[in-house]
Write a protein that binds this ligand. Sequence first.
Ligand code: NI
Length: 170
Amino acid sequence: MAIKRILVYPEDCLKQVAKPVKVFDDGLNDLVQDLLDTMYDAPGVGLAAPQIGVSLRVAVTDVDWRNEDGIKNHQVWINPEFLWKSDETEITEEGCLSLPEIYGDVERPSAVRLRWYDLEGKKHEQDFEGFQAVALQHEFDHLDGKVFIDYFTPLKRRMITKKLKKKYLS
Ligand code: NI
């Protein structure tokens, strides 16, 4: 399919709550292929549809491919929903393709139980922990119009937003 432009925060679509997928058709297949092409090109380990300007609850991840010498093993997440999050948390340094060169520590639950749908519309449920759990929470925040700097202080968030606007959106 195609490599799309990745939106930079605070572009509008990144701040909107995305709509659930209702139809599992060729259009959805095309969207997932665009997400994968764009993620691998970036390169990144995860990308959500709002990051390419599509306000739908769809994301892709491939959390190990950079360490694995190009062996790709992507996963597709449609209408994902956390059924449970652990009280136990962990702190991870996060970054995001929509916030170039910005990194920072974020504290999140270290284990989650997820329900999601695949491209055929089949429902799945599974537990995740460690880096995968963190990566999924980061990606699915995008579906709720959230980015990782929303966990920072208002002052820090304003400074980063100003910097990104000046560098990428002016
Ligand atoms: Ni992100």
